[in-house]
Design a protein around this ligand. Structure first.
Ligand SMILES: *[C@@H]1O[C@H](CO)[C@@H](O)[C@H](O)[C@H]1NC(C)=O
Ligand SMILES: *[C@@H]1O[C@H](CO)[C@@H](O)[C@H](O)[C@H]1NC(C)=O
Ligand SMILES: *[C@@H]1O[C@H](CO)[C@@H](O)[C@H](O)[C@H]1NC(C)=O
Ligand SMILES: *[C@@H]1O[C@H](CO)[C@@H](O)[C@H](O)[C@H]1NC(C)=O
Ligand SMILES: *[C@@H]1O[C@H](CO)[C@@H](O)[C@H](O)[C@H]1NC(C)=O
Length: 345
């Protein structure tokens, strides 16, 4: 049996405890956690602070008991981020960072001519270690270049023995009869491989056709190939329209197809004309006519002003058009003066 006096005492004590002041939610400390975390604590209840993963406690108490006063004691706990090993130097490269501590990342880049052997970024982890091994910058090396089919290596600029480094070049030539498609120069790239190889393809051109009134000479072979040449010429009084020498191009066609153009007889018996800057007469100097492309200037009269002017006529493949203003005198009209002797207008 419990005596009524004892019951009273117990109830009084309980009342006292209940009447003690409760502690509020404990103050927040950066990067820490509190166990247990509640909105209020009875006096005598205990809490423990600990730093979050990646942080370490530096100074101060970590365990507290709610006192009867209901005020948590002053807490000087500090949680500091974990620090990873120094990583601020990268040979032949650069590191960008703000701090080597949790939870920061740092980035790596290499100088020109070097490649990043490893990861380009590491993170400082909760345990104070880097997420990956630190990279290094290794020189870019290309293997010896392969030689395209039907090509020869003309030039290899190589700064390392038996291999090439970044930006080194190699130049190719195609064998005779082969034309190059692509760039003749390849370059060692930042990926340690070469830019695309060119291709050498055999190229044939058809035999050139002989021009009318002319001829064409070419090598007496069973076929004509890239860079072979043919020489054109014309029979007398014909003029070559186009280059004398043509070349077989990389697309299997000749650089030009010249033709022979006829010269012009001048359908005028007597006249003074300008020919190559000289005053000459047709009857004395141009009996055989003029060549294709050549120009002569006829003199015409301006009756009102009693003066003369010239108009041009060009020989185009056997055809020449005499200017309409030109008047040929009958040979018996000796008293008529030649337009060429008049004052120029
Ligand atoms: C690292 O690179 C990332 C992605 O490019 C960028 O967001 C970050 O700011 C860089 N960090 C530093 C420290 O430069
Ligand atoms: C890349 O780096 C590792 C060490 O981090 C090294 O053993 C290796 O030789 C390097 N590779 C090259 C191609 O330099
Ligand atoms: C380069 O190649 C030659 C012949 O293949 C070889 O004798 C020489 O040892 C090589 N040099 C290096 C540095 O590998
Ligand atoms: C060929 O490659 C070289 C080097 O990469 C470059 O300088 C040049 O412009 C290229 N030529 C052509 C025709 O693309
Ligand atoms: C060189 O390597 C890079 C990266 O692997 C690749 O993208 C590129 O296509 C390669 N170039 C050639 C010409 O193979």
């Amino acid at each position: 049996m419990i005596s009524p006096v004892l019951a009273l005492l117990v109830s009084f004590l309980c009342h006292c405890v209940i009447a003690g002041r409760t502690c509020p939610r404990p103050p927040e400390i950066p990067f820490s956690i509190v166990v247990p975390l509640k909105f209020s604590y009875e006096p005598g209840e205990t809490i423990v602070y600990s730093c979050k993963p990646g942080y370490v406690a530096q100074t101060g108490m970590r365990r507290f008991t709610c006192p009867l006063t209901g005020f948590w004691p002053i807490n000087s706990l500090k949680c500091k981020p974990r620090v990873c090993p120094f990583a601020g130097i990268l040979q032949n490269g650069a590191v960008s960072y703000t701090a080597f501590q949790y939870p920061n990342s740092i980035n790596f880049t290499c100088n020109k001519g070097f490649y990043l052997n490893g990861t380009d970024s590491v993170k400082c982890m909760e345990d104070g270690k880097w997420s990956h091994p630190l990279p290094n910058c290794s020189p870019i090396i290309c293997p010896p270049p392969s030689i395209p089919n039907f090509a020869t290596l003309k030039l290899l600029k190589s700064s390392v023995e038996n291999s090439s480094s970044y930006q080194d070049t190699a130049v190719f030539d195609c064998l005779p009869h082969y034309a190059m498609f692509g760039n003749d120069t390849i370059r060692c790239t930042e990926h340690g491989n070469w830019t695309e190889l060119p291709e050498c393809r055999e190229v044939k051109c058809p035999f050139p056709t002989r021009p009318d009134n002319g001829f064409v000479n070419y090598p007496a072979n069973h076929a004509l190939f890239y860079k072979d040449k043919a020489i054109y010429g014309c029979h007398e009084t014909y003029v070559l329209d186009g280059p004398e020498e043509v070349e077989c191009g990389k697309f299997g066609t000749w650089s030009a197809s010249p033709t022979c153009k006829a010269s012009c007889k001048i359908p005028v018996k007597k006249a003074t004309v300008l020919y190559k800057g000289q005053k000459v007469t047709i009857q004395d100097n141009l009996k055989n006519g003029i060549l294709h492309g050549e120009v002569i200037s006829f003199f015409c009269k301006n009756k009102e002003r009693k003066c003369s002017y010239t108009e041009d006529a060009q020989c185009l493949d056997g055809n020449i058009e005499i200017p309409k203003c030109f008047k040929e005198h009958s040979s018996w009209a000796f008293w008529k003066s030649d337009a060429a002797s008049k004052q120029p207008c």
